[in-house]
Design a protein around this ligand. Structure first.
Ligand code: NAD
Length: 485
Protein backbone atom coordinates (compact mmCIF):
# COMPACT_ATOMS: atom_id res chain seq x y z
CA UNK A 1 0.00 0.00 0.00
CA UNK A 2 1.36 3.39 -0.99
CA UNK A 3 0.61 6.15 1.52
CA UNK A 4 2.75 8.78 -0.16
CA UNK A 5 1.17 12.18 -0.68
CA UNK A 6 0.85 13.50 -4.23
CA UNK A 7 0.91 17.24 -4.97
CA UNK A 8 -2.68 17.02 -6.21
CA UNK A 9 -5.11 14.65 -4.56
CA UNK A 10 -8.23 13.15 -6.15
CA UNK A 11 -11.70 12.10 -5.17
CA UNK A 12 -12.33 8.41 -4.51
CA UNK A 13 -15.49 7.25 -6.28
CA UNK A 14 -16.58 3.69 -7.01
CA UNK A 15 -13.19 2.37 -5.89
CA UNK A 16 -11.23 4.61 -8.28
CA UNK A 17 -9.32 7.85 -7.84
CA UNK A 18 -10.81 10.52 -10.08
CA UNK A 19 -10.23 14.18 -10.90
CA UNK A 20 -13.14 16.55 -10.22
CA UNK A 21 -15.44 16.82 -13.25
CA UNK A 22 -15.15 20.58 -13.54
CA UNK A 23 -11.39 20.59 -12.88
CA UNK A 24 -11.60 23.14 -10.06
CA UNK A 25 -9.03 22.92 -7.24
CA UNK A 26 -8.29 24.56 -3.89
CA UNK A 27 -4.90 25.18 -2.31
CA UNK A 28 -3.95 22.99 0.63
CA UNK A 29 -1.91 24.96 3.16
CA UNK A 30 0.31 23.84 6.02
CA UNK A 31 -0.74 26.22 8.82
CA UNK A 32 2.55 25.81 10.68
CA UNK A 33 4.50 27.26 7.75
CA UNK A 34 1.82 29.20 5.88
CA UNK A 35 2.99 27.49 2.66
CA UNK A 36 0.78 25.92 -0.01
CA UNK A 37 1.83 22.30 -0.29
CA UNK A 38 -0.80 20.79 -2.55
CA UNK A 39 -4.07 21.03 -4.41
CA UNK A 40 -7.38 19.39 -3.62
CA UNK A 41 -10.52 19.06 -5.76
CA UNK A 42 -13.27 21.57 -5.16
CA UNK A 43 -15.96 19.10 -6.13
CA UNK A 44 -19.36 20.10 -7.46
CA UNK A 45 -22.81 18.59 -8.01
CA UNK A 46 -21.44 16.56 -10.93
CA UNK A 47 -18.95 14.75 -8.66
CA UNK A 48 -21.60 14.23 -6.01
CA UNK A 49 -23.86 12.66 -8.68
CA UNK A 50 -21.09 10.20 -9.60
CA UNK A 51 -20.43 9.33 -5.96
CA UNK A 52 -24.11 8.79 -5.21
CA UNK A 53 -24.51 6.60 -8.31
CA UNK A 54 -21.53 4.47 -7.23
CA UNK A 55 -22.90 4.18 -3.69
CA UNK A 56 -26.38 3.26 -4.93
CA UNK A 57 -24.95 0.55 -7.13
CA UNK A 58 -22.94 -0.92 -4.26
CA UNK A 59 -25.75 -0.72 -1.70
CA UNK A 60 -27.80 -3.91 -2.34
CA UNK A 61 -24.87 -6.27 -1.98
CA UNK A 62 -23.23 -4.39 0.94
CA UNK A 63 -26.55 -4.25 2.81
CA UNK A 64 -26.91 -8.02 2.30
CA UNK A 65 -23.52 -8.88 3.83
CA UNK A 66 -23.42 -10.43 7.29
CA UNK A 67 -22.30 -8.40 10.30
CA UNK A 68 -19.31 -10.78 10.58
CA UNK A 69 -18.27 -9.94 7.02
CA UNK A 70 -18.45 -6.21 7.71
CA UNK A 71 -16.60 -6.74 11.00
CA UNK A 72 -13.70 -8.45 9.21
CA UNK A 73 -13.19 -5.65 6.69
CA UNK A 74 -13.59 -2.83 9.19
CA UNK A 75 -11.35 -4.50 11.74
CA UNK A 76 -8.74 -4.81 8.99
CA UNK A 77 -9.10 -1.07 8.37
CA UNK A 78 -8.42 -0.47 12.07
CA UNK A 79 -5.28 -2.63 11.85
CA UNK A 80 -4.05 -0.81 8.75
CA UNK A 81 -4.59 2.58 10.41
CA UNK A 82 -2.49 1.39 13.34
CA UNK A 83 0.18 -0.06 11.08
CA UNK A 84 0.46 3.29 9.28
CA UNK A 85 0.25 5.50 12.37
CA UNK A 86 3.41 7.48 11.59
CA UNK A 87 2.43 8.41 8.03
CA UNK A 88 -1.13 9.31 9.04
CA UNK A 89 -0.03 11.35 12.06
CA UNK A 90 2.45 13.33 9.97
CA UNK A 91 -0.21 14.03 7.34
CA UNK A 92 -2.63 15.16 10.06
CA UNK A 93 -0.11 17.51 11.63
CA UNK A 94 0.94 19.00 8.28
CA UNK A 95 -2.70 19.73 7.45
CA UNK A 96 -3.88 20.89 10.85
CA UNK A 97 -0.93 22.43 12.70
CA UNK A 98 -1.40 20.30 15.84
CA UNK A 99 1.66 18.86 17.61
CA UNK A 100 2.78 15.59 16.01
CA UNK A 101 2.84 14.05 19.48
CA UNK A 102 -0.92 14.74 19.77
CA UNK A 103 -1.69 13.28 16.33
CA UNK A 104 0.23 10.15 17.30
CA UNK A 105 -1.23 9.81 20.77
CA UNK A 106 -4.85 10.83 20.17
CA UNK A 107 -6.07 11.47 16.62
CA UNK A 108 -4.85 8.44 14.72
CA UNK A 109 -5.27 5.81 17.49
CA UNK A 110 -8.84 7.02 17.97
CA UNK A 111 -9.55 6.68 14.24
CA UNK A 112 -8.50 3.02 14.48
CA UNK A 113 -10.55 2.62 17.63
CA UNK A 114 -13.65 4.03 15.88
CA UNK A 115 -13.46 1.32 13.20
CA UNK A 116 -12.79 -1.46 15.70
CA UNK A 117 -15.51 -0.28 18.07
CA UNK A 118 -18.28 -0.18 15.46
CA UNK A 119 -17.03 -3.32 13.70
CA UNK A 120 -17.53 -5.13 16.99
CA UNK A 121 -20.71 -3.29 17.94
CA UNK A 122 -22.59 -4.38 14.83
CA UNK A 123 -22.18 -8.01 15.85
CA UNK A 124 -23.93 -7.26 19.16
CA UNK A 125 -26.60 -4.91 17.79
CA UNK A 126 -30.07 -6.27 18.50
CA UNK A 127 -33.57 -4.96 17.96
CA UNK A 128 -36.59 -4.97 20.25
CA UNK A 129 -39.58 -7.24 20.47
CA UNK A 130 -42.86 -6.41 22.25
CA UNK A 131 -45.17 -9.22 23.21
CA UNK A 132 -48.93 -8.52 23.51
CA UNK A 133 -49.92 -11.26 25.91
CA UNK A 134 -52.01 -14.03 24.23
CA UNK A 135 -52.68 -11.81 21.20
CA UNK A 136 -49.69 -10.81 19.09
CA UNK A 137 -45.97 -10.39 18.92
CA UNK A 138 -44.24 -7.28 17.61
CA UNK A 139 -40.66 -7.32 16.51
CA UNK A 140 -38.61 -4.47 15.13
CA UNK A 141 -36.36 -4.86 12.15
CA UNK A 142 -33.53 -2.39 11.72
CA UNK A 143 -32.54 -1.94 8.11
CA UNK A 144 -29.68 0.12 6.67
CA UNK A 145 -30.95 3.39 5.20
CA UNK A 146 -29.20 3.37 1.83
CA UNK A 147 -26.84 6.12 0.68
CA UNK A 148 -25.86 8.42 3.53
CA UNK A 149 -23.65 11.52 3.70
CA UNK A 150 -21.00 12.16 6.37
CA UNK A 151 -19.52 15.66 6.62
CA UNK A 152 -16.82 16.51 9.16
CA UNK A 153 -14.75 19.49 10.40
CA UNK A 154 -11.03 20.29 10.57
CA UNK A 155 -10.22 20.17 14.28
CA UNK A 156 -9.91 16.38 14.73
CA UNK A 157 -9.88 15.41 11.07
CA UNK A 158 -9.54 11.62 10.81
CA UNK A 159 -10.89 11.10 14.34
CA UNK A 160 -14.26 12.72 13.58
CA UNK A 161 -14.43 11.55 9.95
CA UNK A 162 -14.18 7.90 11.03
CA UNK A 163 -16.52 8.46 14.00
CA UNK A 164 -19.29 8.90 11.39
CA UNK A 165 -18.18 6.60 8.60
CA UNK A 166 -17.60 3.57 10.84
CA UNK A 167 -21.16 3.24 12.25
CA UNK A 168 -22.65 4.06 8.84
CA UNK A 169 -20.71 1.25 7.14
CA UNK A 170 -21.16 -1.17 10.03
CA UNK A 171 -24.94 -0.75 9.78
CA UNK A 172 -24.81 -1.70 6.07
CA UNK A 173 -25.09 1.71 4.42
CA UNK A 174 -23.06 3.03 1.53
CA UNK A 175 -21.38 6.33 2.26
CA UNK A 176 -20.46 9.53 0.48
CA UNK A 177 -18.17 11.45 2.80
CA UNK A 178 -16.41 14.80 2.81
CA UNK A 179 -13.65 15.88 5.18
CA UNK A 180 -13.06 19.57 5.77
CA UNK A 181 -11.43 21.24 2.78
CA UNK A 182 -8.89 22.65 5.26
CA UNK A 183 -7.68 19.19 6.39
CA UNK A 184 -8.32 16.67 3.58
CA UNK A 185 -5.17 14.56 3.65
CA UNK A 186 -5.88 11.76 6.12
CA UNK A 187 -9.29 11.21 4.51
CA UNK A 188 -7.49 10.86 1.18
CA UNK A 189 -5.09 8.31 2.71
CA UNK A 190 -8.04 6.42 4.20
CA UNK A 191 -9.15 5.60 0.62
CA UNK A 192 -5.98 3.53 0.14
CA UNK A 193 -6.63 1.80 3.46
CA UNK A 194 -10.23 0.99 2.52
CA UNK A 195 -9.10 -0.51 -0.79
CA UNK A 196 -6.32 -2.55 0.86
CA UNK A 197 -8.75 -3.85 3.51
CA UNK A 198 -11.07 -5.13 0.79
CA UNK A 199 -13.96 -2.70 1.19
CA UNK A 200 -15.95 -3.27 -2.03
CA UNK A 201 -15.93 -0.46 -4.57
CA UNK A 202 -18.65 2.15 -4.15
CA UNK A 203 -19.29 1.34 -0.47
CA UNK A 204 -17.21 4.32 0.68
CA UNK A 205 -16.80 7.32 -1.62
CA UNK A 206 -14.72 10.27 -0.49
CA UNK A 207 -15.14 13.68 -2.05
CA UNK A 208 -13.10 16.82 -1.43
CA UNK A 209 -14.28 20.38 -1.58
CA UNK A 210 -15.83 23.23 0.33
CA UNK A 211 -19.22 23.40 2.00
CA UNK A 212 -20.75 25.76 -0.51
CA UNK A 213 -20.10 23.67 -3.63
CA UNK A 214 -19.58 20.10 -2.43
CA UNK A 215 -21.11 19.86 1.07
CA UNK A 216 -24.44 21.42 0.21
CA UNK A 217 -24.71 19.33 -3.01
CA UNK A 218 -24.33 16.23 -0.82
CA UNK A 219 -27.01 17.43 1.60
CA UNK A 220 -29.64 18.25 -1.04
CA UNK A 221 -29.06 15.22 -3.27
CA UNK A 222 -32.45 13.45 -3.39
CA UNK A 223 -30.88 9.98 -3.21
CA UNK A 224 -28.94 10.78 -0.02
CA UNK A 225 -31.26 9.53 2.70
CA UNK A 226 -29.51 10.83 5.82
CA UNK A 227 -26.85 13.37 6.72
CA UNK A 228 -24.47 13.09 9.66
CA UNK A 229 -22.75 16.45 10.17
CA UNK A 230 -20.20 17.80 12.63
CA UNK A 231 -19.21 21.44 12.37
CA UNK A 232 -20.34 24.96 13.14
CA UNK A 233 -23.79 25.89 14.37
CA UNK A 234 -24.13 28.23 11.38
CA UNK A 235 -23.64 25.42 8.84
CA UNK A 236 -25.69 23.03 11.00
CA UNK A 237 -28.69 25.37 10.82
CA UNK A 238 -28.37 25.63 7.01
CA UNK A 239 -28.22 21.85 6.73
CA UNK A 240 -31.19 21.39 9.09
CA UNK A 241 -33.23 23.80 6.94
CA UNK A 242 -32.32 22.08 3.66
CA UNK A 243 -32.82 18.58 5.04
CA UNK A 244 -36.00 19.55 6.89
CA UNK A 245 -37.62 20.77 3.68
CA UNK A 246 -37.43 17.25 2.24
CA UNK A 247 -37.81 15.39 5.58
CA UNK A 248 -34.28 14.00 5.46
CA UNK A 249 -32.85 12.45 8.62
CA UNK A 250 -30.01 14.47 10.19
CA UNK A 251 -27.59 14.14 13.08
CA UNK A 252 -26.00 17.51 13.93
CA UNK A 253 -22.99 17.89 16.23
CA UNK A 254 -22.32 21.62 16.51
CA UNK A 255 -20.46 24.30 18.46
CA UNK A 256 -19.93 24.79 22.17
CA UNK A 257 -19.11 27.37 24.83
CA UNK A 258 -18.43 24.98 27.63
CA UNK A 259 -18.27 25.90 31.32
CA UNK A 260 -15.53 24.49 33.53
CA UNK A 261 -16.91 24.84 37.08
CA UNK A 262 -14.33 24.73 39.87
CA UNK A 263 -15.36 24.49 43.53
CA UNK A 264 -13.01 25.17 46.45
CA UNK A 265 -13.16 21.55 47.62
CA UNK A 266 -11.72 20.11 44.41
CA UNK A 267 -8.65 17.88 44.11
CA UNK A 268 -6.42 20.88 43.38
CA UNK A 269 -3.49 19.20 41.60
CA UNK A 270 -5.68 17.13 39.32
CA UNK A 271 -8.01 20.05 38.61
CA UNK A 272 -5.11 22.36 37.69
CA UNK A 273 -3.38 19.87 35.40
CA UNK A 274 -6.62 18.92 33.66
CA UNK A 275 -7.84 22.52 33.35
CA UNK A 276 -4.68 23.46 31.44
CA UNK A 277 -5.49 20.63 29.02
CA UNK A 278 -9.21 21.28 28.79
CA UNK A 279 -8.48 24.93 28.00
CA UNK A 280 -5.66 24.63 25.47
CA UNK A 281 -5.37 21.08 24.08
CA UNK A 282 -5.25 21.21 20.29
CA UNK A 283 -4.86 25.03 20.61
CA UNK A 284 -8.33 25.14 22.20
CA UNK A 285 -9.83 23.80 18.97
CA UNK A 286 -11.83 20.94 20.46
CA UNK A 287 -15.59 21.37 20.65
CA UNK A 288 -15.34 19.98 24.21
CA UNK A 289 -12.72 22.45 25.49
CA UNK A 290 -13.85 24.45 28.52
CA UNK A 291 -13.64 28.06 27.39
CA UNK A 292 -15.57 29.66 30.30
CA UNK A 293 -13.74 28.90 33.53
CA UNK A 294 -15.97 29.52 36.55
CA UNK A 295 -14.14 29.56 39.88
CA UNK A 296 -15.50 29.74 43.45
CA UNK A 297 -14.76 33.16 44.92
CA UNK A 298 -12.70 31.88 47.88
CA UNK A 299 -10.09 30.24 45.59
CA UNK A 300 -10.26 32.68 42.67
CA UNK A 301 -6.98 34.55 43.32
CA UNK A 302 -5.00 31.38 44.04
CA UNK A 303 -6.46 29.71 40.95
CA UNK A 304 -5.60 32.71 38.79
CA UNK A 305 -1.96 32.85 39.93
CA UNK A 306 -1.31 29.12 39.60
CA UNK A 307 -3.21 28.75 36.32
CA UNK A 308 -1.23 31.55 34.68
CA UNK A 309 2.02 29.99 35.89
CA UNK A 310 1.02 26.55 34.56
CA UNK A 311 -0.09 27.88 31.15
CA UNK A 312 3.18 29.81 30.80
CA UNK A 313 4.93 26.43 30.72
CA UNK A 314 3.23 25.42 27.45
CA UNK A 315 5.88 25.62 24.75
CA UNK A 316 4.58 27.08 21.50
CA UNK A 317 6.39 26.10 18.33
CA UNK A 318 6.98 23.83 15.36
CA UNK A 319 4.42 21.00 15.68
CA UNK A 320 7.06 18.53 14.49
CA UNK A 321 9.27 19.26 17.53
CA UNK A 322 8.73 16.90 20.45
CA UNK A 323 8.95 19.81 22.89
CA UNK A 324 6.03 21.76 21.34
CA UNK A 325 2.86 21.59 23.41
CA UNK A 326 1.03 24.21 21.33
CA UNK A 327 1.12 24.16 17.53
CA UNK A 328 -0.46 26.45 14.94
CA UNK A 329 -4.16 27.22 14.65
CA UNK A 330 -5.66 25.66 11.57
CA UNK A 331 -5.66 28.46 8.97
CA UNK A 332 -5.08 32.14 8.28
CA UNK A 333 -8.86 32.71 8.27
CA UNK A 334 -9.16 31.11 11.68
CA UNK A 335 -6.08 32.94 12.99
CA UNK A 336 -7.69 36.25 11.97
CA UNK A 337 -10.95 35.25 13.62
CA UNK A 338 -9.32 34.32 16.93
CA UNK A 339 -7.20 37.49 16.95
CA UNK A 340 -10.32 39.59 16.32
CA UNK A 341 -12.07 37.82 19.22
CA UNK A 342 -9.16 38.81 21.50
CA UNK A 343 -9.51 42.44 20.34
CA UNK A 344 -13.25 42.29 20.92
CA UNK A 345 -12.72 40.96 24.45
CA UNK A 346 -10.51 43.96 25.22
CA UNK A 347 -13.02 46.39 23.73
CA UNK A 348 -15.68 44.78 25.94
CA UNK A 349 -13.54 45.57 28.98
CA UNK A 350 -11.69 42.28 29.36
CA UNK A 351 -8.22 42.30 30.93
CA UNK A 352 -5.65 40.02 29.35
CA UNK A 353 -3.87 38.16 32.12
CA UNK A 354 -1.69 36.10 29.80
CA UNK A 355 -1.07 35.90 26.04
CA UNK A 356 -3.18 37.79 23.56
CA UNK A 357 -0.50 37.95 20.85
CA UNK A 358 0.50 36.19 17.68
CA UNK A 359 3.76 34.23 17.85
CA UNK A 360 6.38 33.92 15.11
CA UNK A 361 8.63 30.96 15.84
CA UNK A 362 12.08 31.00 14.29
CA UNK A 363 12.95 28.84 11.29
CA UNK A 364 10.52 27.05 9.00
CA UNK A 365 7.48 28.16 11.03
CA UNK A 366 8.17 31.92 10.86
CA UNK A 367 5.09 32.47 8.65
CA UNK A 368 2.80 30.06 10.49
CA UNK A 369 -0.41 30.87 12.35
CA UNK A 370 0.55 30.68 16.02
CA UNK A 371 -1.28 32.37 18.90
CA UNK A 372 -0.26 32.53 22.56
CA UNK A 373 -2.57 30.73 25.00
CA UNK A 374 -4.70 33.60 26.25
CA UNK A 375 -6.43 34.09 29.61
CA UNK A 376 -8.92 36.95 30.07
CA UNK A 377 -10.79 38.20 33.15
CA UNK A 378 -13.15 41.02 34.00
CA UNK A 379 -16.01 40.10 31.66
CA UNK A 380 -19.59 39.31 32.67
CA UNK A 381 -21.67 36.43 31.32
CA UNK A 382 -23.64 38.45 28.74
CA UNK A 383 -20.84 39.89 26.59
CA UNK A 384 -20.08 38.46 23.16
CA UNK A 385 -16.78 37.03 24.37
CA UNK A 386 -18.62 34.83 26.87
CA UNK A 387 -21.56 34.08 24.58
CA UNK A 388 -19.96 33.29 21.21
CA UNK A 389 -17.72 30.36 20.36
CA UNK A 390 -14.08 31.39 19.72
CA UNK A 391 -12.71 27.87 19.14
CA UNK A 392 -9.10 28.85 19.79
CA UNK A 393 -6.55 29.19 22.62
CA UNK A 394 -8.63 31.71 24.57
CA UNK A 395 -10.39 31.26 27.92
CA UNK A 396 -12.14 33.65 30.29
CA UNK A 397 -12.27 33.54 34.09
CA UNK A 398 -15.35 34.43 36.15
CA UNK A 399 -15.93 33.94 39.86
CA UNK A 400 -19.06 32.68 41.65
CA UNK A 401 -20.25 32.78 45.27
CA UNK A 402 -22.25 29.58 45.55
CA UNK A 403 -23.79 26.69 43.67
CA UNK A 404 -26.78 28.72 42.51
CA UNK A 405 -24.60 31.38 40.93
CA UNK A 406 -22.32 28.74 39.36
CA UNK A 407 -25.36 27.10 37.81
CA UNK A 408 -26.76 30.38 36.52
CA UNK A 409 -23.43 31.27 34.90
CA UNK A 410 -22.99 27.79 33.44
CA UNK A 411 -26.47 27.79 31.88
CA UNK A 412 -26.28 31.37 30.62
CA UNK A 413 -25.34 30.25 27.11
CA UNK A 414 -27.10 29.40 23.87
CA UNK A 415 -24.85 26.35 23.67
CA UNK A 416 -25.04 23.14 25.71
CA UNK A 417 -22.42 20.67 24.56
CA UNK A 418 -20.19 19.79 27.53
CA UNK A 419 -19.46 20.89 31.10
CA UNK A 420 -16.79 19.96 33.62
CA UNK A 421 -17.43 20.06 37.37
CA UNK A 422 -14.65 19.97 39.97
CA UNK A 423 -15.74 19.08 43.52
CA UNK A 424 -15.08 16.31 46.04
CA UNK A 425 -18.66 16.55 47.34
CA UNK A 426 -20.54 13.79 45.59
CA UNK A 427 -23.97 15.21 46.42
CA UNK A 428 -23.05 18.58 44.95
CA UNK A 429 -21.55 16.88 41.90
CA UNK A 430 -24.83 15.06 41.33
CA UNK A 431 -26.98 18.18 41.94
CA UNK A 432 -24.92 20.22 39.50
CA UNK A 433 -24.66 17.45 36.90
CA UNK A 434 -28.42 17.04 36.80
CA UNK A 435 -29.08 20.78 36.41
CA UNK A 436 -26.39 21.96 33.99
CA UNK A 437 -27.87 22.16 30.49
CA UNK A 438 -25.30 20.10 28.58
CA UNK A 439 -25.34 16.78 26.78
CA UNK A 440 -22.00 15.71 28.28
CA UNK A 441 -20.90 16.28 31.89
CA UNK A 442 -17.49 15.36 33.26
CA UNK A 443 -17.00 15.31 37.03
CA UNK A 444 -13.36 15.51 38.17
CA UNK A 445 -12.10 14.61 34.69
CA UNK A 446 -12.22 15.81 31.10
CA UNK A 447 -12.40 14.08 27.73
CA UNK A 448 -12.62 10.68 29.35
CA UNK A 449 -14.53 8.88 26.60
CA UNK A 450 -16.36 5.58 26.61
CA UNK A 451 -17.48 5.13 23.00
CA UNK A 452 -20.70 3.42 24.12
CA UNK A 453 -22.08 6.60 25.73
CA UNK A 454 -24.40 9.09 23.99
CA UNK A 455 -22.44 12.01 22.56
CA UNK A 456 -24.01 15.34 21.59
CA UNK A 457 -25.38 18.62 22.79
CA UNK A 458 -28.41 20.62 23.94
CA UNK A 459 -29.59 23.93 22.45
CA UNK A 460 -27.36 25.35 19.69
CA UNK A 461 -24.87 22.53 20.18
CA UNK A 462 -26.85 20.15 18.04
CA UNK A 463 -29.60 17.65 17.42
CA UNK A 464 -29.38 13.91 17.97
CA UNK A 465 -26.62 11.84 19.52
CA UNK A 466 -23.64 9.88 18.25
CA UNK A 467 -21.83 7.00 19.94
CA UNK A 468 -22.70 3.38 20.69
CA UNK A 469 -26.23 2.21 19.91
CA UNK A 470 -27.30 5.83 19.26
CA UNK A 471 -25.15 5.93 16.12
CA UNK A 472 -26.29 2.51 14.92
CA UNK A 473 -29.91 3.53 15.50
CA UNK A 474 -29.36 6.74 13.52
CA UNK A 475 -27.91 4.82 10.60
CA UNK A 476 -30.76 2.27 10.48
CA UNK A 477 -34.48 2.55 9.77
CA UNK A 478 -36.69 0.72 12.27
CA UNK A 479 -39.61 -1.27 10.92
CA UNK A 480 -42.14 -2.81 13.29
CA UNK A 481 -43.76 -6.11 12.34
CA UNK A 482 -46.90 -7.10 14.27
CA UNK A 483 -48.13 -10.71 13.99
CA UNK A 484 -51.44 -11.58 15.56
CA UNK A 485 -51.75 -15.19 16.58
P1 NAD B 1 -17.83 24.31 9.39
O1 NAD B 1 -19.26 24.26 9.74
O2 NAD B 1 -17.32 25.51 8.70
O3 NAD B 1 -17.46 23.09 8.42
C1 NAD B 1 -17.65 21.74 8.80
C2 NAD B 1 -17.80 20.90 7.56
O4 NAD B 1 -19.01 21.23 6.91
C3 NAD B 1 -16.71 21.11 6.51
O5 NAD B 1 -16.45 19.88 5.88
C4 NAD B 1 -17.35 22.10 5.57
O6 NAD B 1 -16.81 22.08 4.27
C5 NAD B 1 -18.79 21.65 5.57
N1 NAD B 1 -19.81 22.66 5.32
C6 NAD B 1 -19.77 23.98 5.62
N2 NAD B 1 -20.93 24.57 5.28
C7 NAD B 1 -21.72 23.61 4.76
C8 NAD B 1 -23.04 23.58 4.22
N3 NAD B 1 -23.80 24.67 4.15
N4 NAD B 1 -23.53 22.40 3.77
C9 NAD B 1 -22.80 21.27 3.84
N5 NAD B 1 -21.54 21.24 4.33
C10 NAD B 1 -21.01 22.38 4.78
O7 NAD B 1 -17.02 23.99 10.72
P2 NAD B 1 -15.45 23.96 10.92
O8 NAD B 1 -14.98 25.38 10.96
O9 NAD B 1 -14.84 23.01 9.96
O10 NAD B 1 -15.32 23.30 12.37
C11 NAD B 1 -15.37 24.01 13.56
C12 NAD B 1 -16.75 23.89 14.20
O11 NAD B 1 -17.07 22.52 14.40
C13 NAD B 1 -16.82 24.53 15.57
O12 NAD B 1 -18.01 25.24 15.67
C14 NAD B 1 -16.83 23.33 16.51
O13 NAD B 1 -17.43 23.55 17.76
C15 NAD B 1 -17.59 22.35 15.73
N6 NAD B 1 -17.32 20.99 16.19
C16 NAD B 1 -18.32 20.33 16.87
C17 NAD B 1 -18.09 19.05 17.35
C18 NAD B 1 -19.16 18.28 18.07
O14 NAD B 1 -19.01 17.06 18.21
N7 NAD B 1 -20.22 18.90 18.55
C19 NAD B 1 -16.84 18.44 17.14
C20 NAD B 1 -15.86 19.16 16.48
C21 NAD B 1 -16.11 20.43 15.99
Amino acid sequence: MNLSIPATIQNYIGGRFQDPVKGIYLDNINPATGAVYGQIPNSTTEDVDLAVAAAEKAFPSWAATSPEHRFRIMNRMAELIEANLDALALAETNDNGKPLSLSKRVDIPRAAENFRFFATAIMHFASESHNMENRAINYTLRKPIGVVACISPWNLPLYLFTWKIAPALAAGNCVIAKPSEVTPMTAYLLCHIAAEAGLPEGVLNILHGDGLHCGSAMVVHPKVKAVSFTGSTRAGKDIAAQAGAVLKKTSLELGGKNPNIIFADCDWEKMMKTTVQSSFANQGQICLCGSRILVEESIYERFKTEFIAAVQQLTIGDPLEATSKQGAVVSKVHFDKVMSCIELAQSEGGRILLGGNAVQPEGRCANGYFIEPTIIEGLGPDCKTNMEEIFGPVVTLQSFKDEAEALALANCSDYGLAATIWTQDVSRAQRMASQVHSGIIWVNCWLLRDLRTPFGGFKNSGMGREGGWEALRFFTEPKNVCIEY
